[in-house]
Design a protein around this ligand. Structure first.
Ligand SMILES: *Cc1c(COP(=O)(O)O)cnc(C)c1O
Length: 556
């Protein structure tokens, strides 16, 4: 069943336009020369420093490295472009002979696909979504013609706002022999993992994402295509050499380095989406608010012109989508700030009660966040010992991601860990600095430790045979009796696990005794992380009714 790399590449090559297959890219002297030089006299730049006198990095390795950590997609599978517009256009140029090919799109959808098709002289075949905008794979595939090279699907879809059915998309991937593009511009607003996890399984899949929406960087024009390395490789060869400016690359790197801030904004927008949707639904002028997995709502009005004009009059612009397929009477309204949404609702006649109010930020709680930056890594850790939600973990190390998730789930705490590290050297700095930041963060969230259980012990777990004892009393003592047979566990160096828990115990200021054994290193380490999480849960947990410091000395 599984195909060799050569077979996959030859299939992709066979789908390319003939002129693209063997194209020789524009090359720069700096591409050809890998060593770091002192003096650059190769590109006819002006040598005097204006801040932007040098050409940008043509392949944006730093940006791709950060995106790779955050998206959990290898760098070689990421293409970064001037907005999503650039990869959309490149996809047509790569796969569609002008005047002799067609693409199928599920309508109503984003207008750029048909614009890019027209520019490239590619015929557009519309496959309608149902009245409530669901995707019917059989119907769509029945519209494919012999010259159809591409299928464009947008999920969550613009302008309808809904995620398309996952199984329907998979069925199209399984049955269509050309390229399937899934545009996930709004995926961060949806509760769905999206399709990047299926890239290795479907080499003819291209997933588009963008920094324009959830990341708040529309002004920078940075979009990405994630696909088989053969496809991203061709994209890099046919793009303009310097497609993302110096300033745009550095600003994006700056904003990406604080991903938890972006995640907070997304959370707030999702809460506002719910409030706006409920408030609009209650208005007599509104016939329907479509369910949304994005940062906008498609709303059908009794009289959309009247609503549009009233909003215009009040200085609020929304998008009239009434001419799109199945969208008669509909305006598309982007979710704004709470204040902007209040104004919109007031103009449309909602009472204060109908408008509701922004969801209260949960007060109190034992929370902390730590941002730690060194020459080698930049780590953000955030935890809340009194609430749980699925952990957000991105470290660039798949196995460590998985283990840190275990801590969040099994300690039943909110835990976010993001690390950009020098993994091209090795995993040492990343693992150590994550442990330090995690220890500091948990210690700081514990505050004066009043009311806690203090001790945690986790009995042997049958599958893993791991024992972890913890005392959060403030003294540091570390014991590690874990035999690992291999040099690595997953993509993490085995000796780093001892180092991880040792650094963690020093920064969490705890006694930590860990013993584990077993046949399989993966199970042993997973047992250690789970047992640690369980022990931590017990130790940080509040004792019922107790508000004292759990020590006869009265302090910890
Ligand atoms: C906004 C949007 C994009 C993003 O376009 P950029 O060029 O990256 O700003 C892509 N696809 C869809 C469906 C969109 O709505």
């Amino acid at each position: 069943m599984s195909r060799t790399r050569a077979e996959i590449e030859s299939e992709i090559m066979s789908l390319l336009r003939d002129n693209i297959r063997n194209i020789v890219p524009y090359s720069t002297a700096r591409d050809d020369c890998k060593a770091k030089m002192d003096i650059y006299l190769d590109a006819n730049e002006n040598p005097f420093d204006t801040g932007v006198n040098r050409y940008p990095s043509p392949h944006q390795p730093k940006l791709k490295k950060m995106l790779s950590v955050l998206k959990k997609v290898p760098e070689e599978n990421i293409f970064t472009g001037n907005g999503s517009d650039e990869p959309i256009d490149l996809i047509f140029r790569m796969f569609c002979p002008p005047g002799k090919s067609s693409m199928v799109q599920a309508v109503p959808t984003y207008g750029m696909y048909s614009v890019a098709a027209a520019i490239n002289d590619v015929r557009v075949i519309d496959a309608p979504l149902s009245a409530d905008f669901t995707l019917d794979a059989d119907d769509l595939l029945s519209r494919v013609e012999p010259d159809t090279r591409l299928i464009f699907l947008c999920s969550p879809n613009n302008p309808s706002g809904n995620l398309l059915d996952r199984d329907a998309i998979i069925s199209i991937l399984d049955r269509f022999q050309g390229i399937v593009v899934v545009d996930e511009a709004y995926i961060d607003f949806a509760e769905s993992p999206g399709f990047t996890g299926l890239l290795s399984q479907y080499p003819r899949l291209i997933v588009l994402q963008t920094l324009s929406k959830a990341w708040g960087m529309a002004g920078l024009r940075i979009g990405m295509a994630m696909a088989d390395s053969c496809i991203t490789g061709i994209m890099s060869r046919i793009k303009y050499p310097y497609n993302i400016s110096v300033l745009n690359q550095s600003k994006a790197e700056e904003i990406l380095s604080d991903p938890l801030k972006a995640a907070d904004r997304v959370k707030e927008l999702i809460a506002e989406r719910t409030r706006l949707s409920e408030a609009l639904s209650a208005l007599p002028e509104v016939l329907k608010v479509y369910p949304s997995d994005a940062n906008f709502l498609l709303v059908r009005f009794r009289d959309k012109d009247k609503a549009f004009a009233a909003l215009m009059e009040a200085g609020i612009i929304v998008r009239d989508r009434s001419s799109a397929y199945n969208c008669a009477g509909c305006l598309r309204i982007t979710v704004g700030t709470p204040e902007e949404n209040d104004r919109l609702l007031a103009v449309l006649g909602a009472s204060r009660a109908q408008a509701g109010s922004r969801s209260p930020v949960l007060a109190g709680g034992r929370k902390a966040s730590v941002f730690r930056k060194t020459g080698e890594t930049s780590v953000c850790v955030r935890s809340d010992l009194d609430s749980f939600r699925p952990p957000r973990i991105a470290t660039g190390l798949n196995f460590l991601n998985h283990m840190l998730e275990q801590i969040g789930y099994h300690a039943h705490i909110a835990l976010d860990v993001i690390c950009f590290g020098d993994l091209e050297t090795d995993d040492h700095h990343s693992v150590e600095d994550i442990a330090i930041a995690l220890g500091d963060c948990l210690d700081s969230a514990l505050g004066d430790k009043s009311g806690i259980g203090r001790y945690g012990f986790s009995l042997p777990m049958d599958e893993a045979e791991a024992t972890v004892l913890i005392d959060l009393g403030g003294r540091i003592d570390f014991l590690w009796d874990v035999a690992l047979s291999g040099e690595k566990v997953g993509d993490v160096t085995s000796v780093m696990f001892r180092h991880f828990f040792k650094s963690l115990s020093e920064h969490l200021k705890c006694n930590l005794h860990i013993k584990a054994a077993g046949e399989n290193d993966h199970h042993v380490i997973e047992g250690v992380f789970k047992a640690f999480a369980r022990a931590l849960r017990q130790a940080v947990g509040r004792v019922p009714g107790g508000n004292d410091i759990p020590s006869s000395k009265g302090r910890l």
